[in-house]
Design a protein around this ligand. Structure first.
Ligand code: ITT
Length: 189
């Protein structure tokens, strides 16, 4: 069974990635803690490929990386690729975003996720993207998930991501959709 290194340092994301990869013919291992990749790309796709490629080369194994974030329309797509760098903690990031949005009426937003898989030599074997549309609430709601989940409201569900069960979130999230597109290809590798 080939090894697949999950190239993330974000525990919330890791949990979701592992759940999506259950039952596949890959032995999942974690990225070594000290191995950090600088996200110098301008797009989610560039950063996902950078992370997968550098972790694959450093470990000599196949690697999978996720680059994701929240794009808020009234903020011209911010925080976007800077979602993780918007503050030091999830609470600070949420507070900053709510402050910047203020009483803006247009609260439309979308989560974007790009997943990339690199071969042991660092070349990219697969890439897939998923998005999920929603709205930014004025205050957090719910305690599940991670990151911006408590302020991301999905009208079809009448709930925030943080109010959904893990299975409900996987079924509709940006990450769930990216994995849905990726898994058939991953099975053929
Ligand atoms: P790695 O690069 O180590 O994977 P990271 O947290 O730095 O971890 P990103 O650069 O891809 O990852 O930043 C993604 C940020 O976007 C993440 O820190 C969250 O704040 C947010 N985010 C992504 N997916 C999310 C989700 O499903 N729910 C809530 N917030 C999410």
């Amino acid at each position: 069974m080939a090894v697949l290194v999950v190239a993330t340092g974000n525990p919330g994301k890791l949990k979701e990635m592992q759940a999506h990869l259950v039952g596949l013919d890959w032995e999942l291992t974690l990225k070594p803690d000290q191995l950090e990749v600088e996200e110098t790309g301008a797009t989610f796709a560039e950063n996902a490929c950078l992370k997968a490629s550098q972790v694959a080369q450093a470990t000599g194994e196949w690697a999978i990386a996720d680059d994701s974030g929240l794009e808020v329309m009234a903020l011209d797509g911010a925080p976007g690729v800077f979602s993780a760098r918007y503050g030091k903690t999830d609470a600070e990031r949420i507070e900053r975003l709510l402050n910047e949005l203020g009483n803006e009426l247009n609260r439309d937003a979308r989560f974007v996720c790009v997943i990339a898989i690199a071969r042991p030599d660092g070349t990219i074997a697969l890439q897939a993207e998923g998005t999920c549309d929603g709205r930014v609430l004025h205050a957090p709601r719910g305690s599940g998930g991670f990151g911006y989940d408590p302020i991301f409201y999905v009208p079809e569900q009448q709930r925030t991501f943080a109010e959904l069960s893990p299975d409900q979130k996987y079924a509709i999230s940006h990450r769930g959709k990216a994995f849905e597109a990726l898994l058939p290809q991953l099975r053929t590798l």
